[in-house]
Ligand binder design. Structure first.
Ligand code: 5AD
Ligand code: SF4
Length: 434
């Protein structure tokens, strides 16, 4: 195989994968490979994969098949959670050149070079020393950047592959995170979203995520802080207080609950109840009354009855989320739930998902409508579809369209004048006379 010169990274799945994909691209660039804007033009394509549901995994194999047909000479590297879960099986089944796991991608450039001159290469180690120390520093990012502060999960919800693909909970050191935040701001970031599979479990033994957020609030030039994804049991009082006290912490919380039924939550091994979840939300809302709440839901978990599903609907009615993600249960090999009795028929899952999404969509639209008439700051992230149109994000993570908006990276005050199911319309606010 000729020595590859250009690469393209394609990320699927969660925001952690987006972050990892950016860092892989930076590592490849630092090793002398040139970035190709289009996957078809690249000598090496890195598929940064997702294993969370069956559909996502199947897509990897069909993508590889399509790429092989189009350009048999192209080198294919599989990264991410499918790489970790399937390992050498991907080389056997799909004849790819490189397999690299989420904790080993600092070695990606070397694995590519070795595969170019010899046999396929594989690295799915989870070394004690983190990859972060071996990765090049951040240089250029958009106005809203991701920063991984915590990885892995020890919670072992019975449906979930994450504890197996991402390993045990590990927090990055405080100083390394503050350093990276400063580098991101120097590289153009105005907003940083702290990432972790259980980001609110972040701790350095002494401090919690709330303390880390307070430290980041003092970083010059960093206007906005967000964090995702959280577990209800890790909402410490320090973090909840930060929502009341830290001005740069945005009023938004993604706190998955998965189900409104205590029996199902127990079978999921969620280690919280419907009630304890609702009480956490009450404390968060007391600290920050305007907070926008988001969540994840699974319908059709093994054994879920119609009445238990209705418990989820009644929880949703009680919370009134600003947005939410909902999924049909997908059995994952190796997880306890995959072998449970009472797997739910596809038609039943389809029906439940539709009913749940109907109320979640209604709540999202109502939340958006309720922002009409408010004045808020938005961060401009990109150009809109029409000339002059710009797209920004409200503090509550809604997309806001502004005609004749200022350039990407601007923070401007707008009046929200209209709301749609998925976006708002803002008009630059005119300063009030003193
Ligand atoms: N089936 C369906 N949804 C799942 N999730 C995680 N594992 C599964 C699964 N096996 C959902 C959960 C989680 C989100 C990231 O994906 O709702 O919060
Ligand atoms: Fe998966 Fe549960 Fe861990 Fe979330 S808390 S990553 S759903 S095991």
């Amino acid at each position: 195989m000729p020595t590859p010169k250009t690469f393209h990274v394609k990320s699927f799945g969660c925001q952690m994968n987006v972050y990892d994909g950016e860092r892989m691209a930076e590592a490849m660039a630092a090793a002398g490979y040139a970035s190709a804007a289009d996957a078809t033009d690249a000598d090496v394509v890195v598929l940064n994969t997702c294993h969370i549901r069956e559909k996502a995994t199947e897509k990897v194999y069909s993508d590889i098949g399509r790429m092989k047909k189009r350009r048999p000479d192209q080198m294919i590297a599989v990264a991410g959670c499918v790489a970790q879960a399937e390992g050498a099986e991907i080389i056997r089944r799909a004849k790819v050149d490189v397999v690299v796991g989420p904790q080993a991608y600092h070695n990606l450039p070397q694995l590519v070079a070795d595969a170019a001159t010899g046999a396929p290469t594989l690295d799915t180690d989870m070394p004690l020393l983190s990859k972060f120390g071996a990765l090049p520093a951040r240089r250029r990012v958009g106005p809203s950047a991701f920063l991984t502060v915590q990885e892995g999960c020890d919670k072992f919800c019975t449906y979930c592959v994450v504890p197996y693909t991402r390993g045990a909970e590990v927090s990055r050191p405080f100083d390394a995170i503050v350093e990276e935040a400063k580098a991101l701001v120097d590289a153009g970031a105005k907003e940083i979203t702290l990432l972790g599979q259980n980001v609110n479990a972040w701790s350095d033994g002494k401090q919690d995520l709330g303390s880390l957020i307070r430290a980041l609030d003092r970083v010059d030039g960093l206007a906005r802080i967000r964090y995702t994804t959280s577990h209800p049991n890790d909402m410490t009082q320090g973090l909840i207080d930060a929502h009341a006290e830290v001005p740069s912490l945005m009023p938004f919380l993604h706190l998955p609950v998965q189900s409104g039924s205590d029996r199902v939550l127990k079978a999921m091994n969620r280690s919280h109840s419907r009630d304890s979840y609702l009480r956490v939300l009450e404390r968060v809302r007391a600290a920050r009354p305007d907070i926008a709440l988001s969540g994840d839901f699974i319908v059709g978990f093994p054994g879920e009855t119609e009445a238990e599903f209705e418990d989820t609907l009644s929880l949703v009615a009680e919370v009134r989320h600003a947005m939410a993600f909902s999924f049909k249960y997908s059995p994952r090999p190796g997880t306890p739930a995959a072998d449970m009795a009472g797997q739910i028929a596809a038609e039943v899952m389809d029906d439940r998902l539709q009913r749940l999404q109907a109320v979640l969509n209604r709540d999202q639209e109502a939340f958006n409508q309720a922002t009409v008439g408010k004045r808020c700051t938005i961060l401009i992230e990109r150009a809109g579809k029409k000339p002059g149109q710009m797209l920004g994000k409200s503090p509550w993570l809604q997309s806001v369209i502004v005609e004749d908006g200022p350039p990407v990276g601007s923070l401007i005050e707008v009046d929200i004048v209209a709301a749609w199911p998925n976006s708002l319309v803002g008009v630059a606010a005119v300063a009030q006379a003193a």
